[in-house]
Design a protein. Structure first.
Length: 366
């Protein structure tokens, strides 16, 4: 009887495994997985293209990918399962902060070994030690909502974040100076940090910071129901004229396209500006279900909460579904366009597709 039972169970196990394998293969049809991250390292949080490299930050590593689509270098970080907030990325750099410790930041890089011998960790930045005249031991970094990057690097490598101290909320502008040295025959780098405090922000609004975005030398800060703020490369803050008619609304994202800036709002409206970002005009009334906008080969695209991708035609206002199934079961954390490919980071790994395949419409247009 026992042998008969095994006789029936073995085919069930075999076919059951084959069926599960087929389901797994269909999760991302048409997408490539260029790098097979281990189970512990595939929680990818953010990505950014700078010059000829793509930097990808996970909860455990910072990876730099070259034009051959291979990892050029990487470094281990110590945040394990700290999924949020996302690290901010510059060229070969990633600024992390722990959800449990908002009083200190950690700057990692696989390319800049510090002279203190701690490879990878360029600097642990304590706010109080950094500027004791401005910050006390209780000064903490304010997380943007919903737990986005803690700040942003501009094209010059300057960093902007929001700090709260004794009920006062202030924009903190940081300038980094790198000095290359040789210690014991090995090249290393010393990092000096200069801090400038920008004008304080209204405490009520500071609890609803949506993002800090850097485009070129400038930074843009979005608060709930408040005009879009701009900080220039010298740390000077001004209000732009992007306001909401009824006083209610939030800028959710800003991107650059064809030497112009586009702002996407919680009201599903789209605004346009020059690269300076001081003056804005309404260009589109409704963009439904959009989560994140990005540019692929000069085309404006976005993805929604269902993992679907669309091409957005600004001239006609049409939203065209693209033929890119497979992301329905993944949580997308960022999309980058690098070396003729679309790179999608998720909480379950990295997926790519060539631009020509990515921009194919789901249905033939009339």
């Amino acid at each position: 009887m026992k042998h008969i039972l095994y006789f029936f169970l073995i085919p069930l196990i075999i076919f059951g495994c084959e069926e599960e394998k087929e389901v797994l293969e269909e999760v991302t049809p048409g997408w490539e997985e260029p790098i097979k991250f281990s189970k512990m390292n595939k929680i990818l949080l953010n990505s950014k293209v700078v010059e000829d490299e793509l930097t990808i930050a996970s909860a455990r590593e910072v990876n730099v990918i070259g034009s051959d689509h291979r990892i050029k270098n990487k470094v281990h970080v110590n945040f394990l399962h700290n999924i949020y907030p996302k690290p901010a990325i510059h060229k070969r750099l990633a600024m992390y902060i722990s959800e449990l410790d908002q009083y200190q930041m950690y700057l990692y890089s696989p390319y800049y070994p510090p002279c203190d011998g701690n490879y990878g960790l360029v600097k642990a930045i304590s706010l109080h030690e950094l500027a004791p005249e401005d910050f006390n031991i209780n000064s903490r970094v304010v997380f943007p909502f919903p737990k986005g990057p803690i700040g942003a690097f501009n094209e010059n490598g300057d960093f902007l974040m929001v700090v709260q101290d004794n009920g006062k909320t202030t924009l903190c502008f940081m300038n980094f100076t790198y000095t290359e040295k040789t210690v014991s025959g090995e090249s290393c780098i010393d990092l000096e940090t200069d801090v400038k405090l920008v004008s304080p922000i209204d405490v009520y609004n500071s609890n609803f910071i949506n993002f800090i975005e850097a485009i070129g030398p400038n930074f843009f800060i979005s608060l709930d129901h408040y005009p879009l703020l701009k900080v220039d490369s010298h740390g000077n803050m001004t209000e732009t004229d992007l306001e909401f008619p009824d006083g209610f609304g939030t800028v959710k994202q800003i991107i650059e396209l064809n030497q112009e800036l586009y702002a996407f709002t919680s009201n599903k409206t789209v605004y346009k500006s020059s690269l300076e970002g001081d003056h804005w005009e309404l260009v589109k009334e409704k963009v439904e279900k959009s989560i994140g906008f990005f540019v692929v080969d000069g085309e404006l695209c976005y993805y929604n909460v269902n993992g679907e991708f669309f091409k957005f035609d600004l001239a006609s206002g049409e939203f065209i579904l693209l033929n890119n199934p497979g992301m329905e079961r993944n949580t997308i954390t960022s999309v980058s366009y690098f070396n003729d490919k679309v790179w999608v980071t998720t909480l379950n790994g990295l997926f790519t597709k060539h631009k020509d395949d990515f921009l194919q419409y789901a249905k033939k247009l009339d």
